[in-house]
Ligand binder design. Sequence first.
Ligand SMILES: [Zn+2]
Length: 347
Amino acid sequence: MSSDLDIQNSRYARQMRFAPLGVEGQRKLLASQALVVGCGALGAVIANTLARAGVGKLRIVDRDFLELNNLQRQVLYDEEDVAAGLPKAIAAKNRLAKINSEIEIEAIVADVDPTNIERLLEGVSCLLDGTDNFETRFLLNDAAVKLGIPWIYGGCLGAEGQTLTILPGQTPCLRCLMPEPPPPGTTPTCDSAGILATIIGVVASIEANEALKILSGHPEAISRTWTVLDLWDNTLRQIKLEGARAADCPCCGRREFPWLAGERGSHTAILCGRNAVQLSFPGREAVSLDQLADKLAAVGQVTRNKYLVRAAIGSYNLTVFPDGRAVIGGTEDIAEAKSVYAKFVGN
Ligand SMILES: [Zn+2]
């Protein structure tokens, strides 16, 4: 191990020469574990940076699979991954293992929900947000505050992005600043507003940088502002957070965790930018992908790999994972998606 941290020859040599990090900080990074939730645009940049930096254990969880329009901004993936229809978490792990074979990378294909988030956080000392929706972020906030795990929020739309680092019990949590998520349909999505890869790179790099501070033992260096920047309008706002921690915050004040308890949030989601609906069924027993592939072959064009079955049926694209979760492409109507699922997969 000591040769790994040789200041001349180590793969981390340049980073260790950065005085605030040093050899000691590197040692801590190598012994640390982080969770990246979502491995789309933000998550890919975050995971890439943390893997190269030598975060010893990286757990990556993502519910989605790759499509061609991801390649504009999701930097870990290529055309072969898209052609193979790989889940993003798997494609990310494959790529990251070639970049740094000395760290441990765990890829999990799943929707993060109240039934699995606490398990996903086991052993983790920093959680990074690579998601694209507030429902998941409020769940992450509940879990991180409950367990006292630092987490870093990030979001992007168009050319604008924002990020915030939360040290539970010390700095304002997401609900101190935003008591309720915006109602569905009231905020623009990457469908309506588009997204530039450049803002993703900036926000994800800030998120990864904050994680490096926390994981290397320098929480005192984290940003104490809510940062909002727009690369098209050339604006940067840093909202100071002194005094913003709400004493009566339901989450970090009263310690109520309704998203974690499953009292808030749902198991269906309209997927941002995808013209698709996700249906999930927590607790359901495993689906036989072989049987399902045979069944769907009778009605549509089926592709199948180790991780999922896809079928093009008329104007719909149906993707089913072993846990029964499905993504119905070709509609944003939840009722329509449920009926397509019932018709072709069964209940
Ligand atoms: Zn709070």
